[in-house]
Design a binder for this molecule. Structure first.
Ligand code: DP6
Length: 359
């Protein structure tokens, strides 16, 4: 796969105006992407569960214009949101070669999230993938050449990646790999691809309850975080470890080995945080309640033999992962023992899903 595949193949027949809409979910990485180079290329391969409840819905309206450059307005839940503009401007600059109609239109981006904006949940994966899918839909309206569904999805993932790396993993589900891995056929640094091998029934209906420990602004933006890996003393080993974890997961997914799954997934989360604690400058992104929750999950697992485990993003919130047959017991445990450590007792119940779609 090369970038050239994503250049437009035919010239466009410009419409005067129109509108498209798409929804796309967030995703939770089991093997983490942390470190990038070049044009949003990952230093290691990652894999994630696609979520279903935490979603962004975006309507993209376009109107023909004659002026040069990009023209767009962004609305979040009906309110003009200029704070999003620089990131989208940069996104448009990166993707213009692949969707050159961008300068021919004035765009209105109306977006809303199904999760509260102040929840501290990253909306870049769902937001960028929803916008990317809208752009592919517009391209299809303007070109005479039919685009296969697979190429459309790949192009949306390709564009989404240029907006936010992890967004490339949100287009499909339930398990998506992003980053070339020698043991995973079809894997690519350019796009997210569905995990291609056998997945045991033990991993086919997972839940992710997101515990909102800290709902404020991110302490470290992911761009800053990724950059810290450039001079990081442990970077090379970390990238090798992630690739090795992904290789081990191939066997785990096939055999259904939940104990090994837990070891890999929790190890990944802690490695990610260890990278931040040992970078220059260094950061501690966990809060005391994050650690309290982790300890309680470990205790609960030991006492009950449950397969519940945790993972973390680059922040203090905790993602609690568990198979659906444990839902009742784990939900009780979360409500009673973990929710008191969340900001205002808040958490979001999510399940693994199938990805983005047009609306
Ligand atoms: C910790 O995709 O948000 O969630 O490419 O700079 O937009 P950018 O970074 P982003 O990084 C996500 C990092 C992570 C791990 C992961 O999702 O794999």
């Amino acid at each position: 796969m090369t970038e050239h595949q994503f250049l437009p193949k035919t010239s466009y027949t410009f419409l005067e105006s129109g509108s498209v809409a798409a929804q796309s979910p967030s995703n939770i990485a089991l093997v983490k992407y942390w470190g990038k180079y070049g044009e949003q290329l990952p230093k290691n391969a990652s894999v994630s569960f696609t979520l279903s409840q935490c979603r962004t819905e975006t309507t993209l309206s376009f109107e023909r214009k004659q002026s040069e450059g990009f023209e767009f307005e962004v609305y979040l839940e009906g309110k003009k949101e200029d704070a999003f503009k620089p990131k989208i401007q940069k996104f448009f600059e990166r993707i213009e070669r692949y969707v050159p109609f961008l300068t021919a239109y004035s765009f209105t981006i109306e977006t809303k999230n199904t999760f509260p904006h102040s929840s501290g949940i990253a909306s870049s994966a769902s937001g960028m993938s929803a916008l990317a899918l809208c752009l592919v839909a517009i391209e299809q309206l303007l070109s005479s050449e039919e685009m296969t569904t697979q190429h459309g999805t790949e192009k949306a993932s390709f564009l989404a990646r240029l907006g936010s790396g992890s967004a490339s993993r949100s287009l499909q589900g339930p398990l998506v790999v992003w980053g070339k891995h020698s043991r995973i056929e079809g894997s690519s640094d350019l796009v997210g691809t569905p995990y291609p091998y056998a997945v045991h029934s033990n991993f086919q209906s997972y839940h992710d309850t997101i515990l909102l420990v800290d709902t404020g602004e991110k302490q470290v933006s992911s761009t800053v975080g990724h950059n810290l890996m450039h001079e990081h003393p442990f970077a090379t080993l970390r990238f090798a470890q992630a690739n090795e974890h992904l290789e081990q997961l191939i066997t785990v997914f096939e055999t259904g080995d939940r104990a090994q799954f837990i070891t890999i997934v929790e190890g990944e989360a802690l490695s990610l945080h260890a990278m931040m604690m040992t970078s220059n400058p260094y950061f501690v992104l966990m809060k005391p309640n994050t650690l309290e929750i982790i300890n309680r999950i470990w205790k609960f697992r030991k006492e009950t033999g449950s397969s519940v485990c945790f993972t973390l993003d680059a922040g203090a919130n905790v993602h609690v992962l568990y198979p659906s047959e444990e839902k009742e017991g784990v939900s009780k445990f979360i409500r009673k023992e973990l929710a008191p450590f969340c900001k205002d007792g808040a958490f979001i119940d999510d399940t693994v899903g199938t990805g983005a779609s047009l609306l």
